[in-house]
Write a protein that binds this ligand. Sequence first.
Ligand SMILES: C[C@H](O)[C@H](O)[C@H]1CNC2=NC(N)=NC(=O)C2=N1
Length: 95
Amino acid sequence: MSDVKAEVEKLHDWTLEDEKIKRTFKFDRYLDAISFVEKIGIYAESVQHHPKIVINHTAVTVSWTTFSKKQLTEKDIQGGKACENIYRLYENEMK
Ligand SMILES: C[C@H](O)[C@H](O)[C@H]1CNC2=NC(N)=NC(=O)C2=N1
């Protein structure tokens, strides 16, 4: 297994399929979901690596892959970790 694939296992809650990692994040309110997406957008622009994001009311599904290489790369792992960190901010605010 490649190092990148081994790293996916450490990202609990993310599933690996077809060279993509994916996770759905849940929010209490629609605008919390939108705010999460905006923060991911700011991260994505800062590193010039952009995920697919599907907003379904209060559920946000984020998928990372590297389309230029048609495979999962370290940048996708970093993207997944960034999403986790951003979501943790939201969870802490809710406590
Ligand atoms: C030039 C620019 O860095 C590339 O087009 C970037 C932009 N964002 C990207 N995002 C993702 N997810 N995969 C890429 O291959 C990619 N390429």
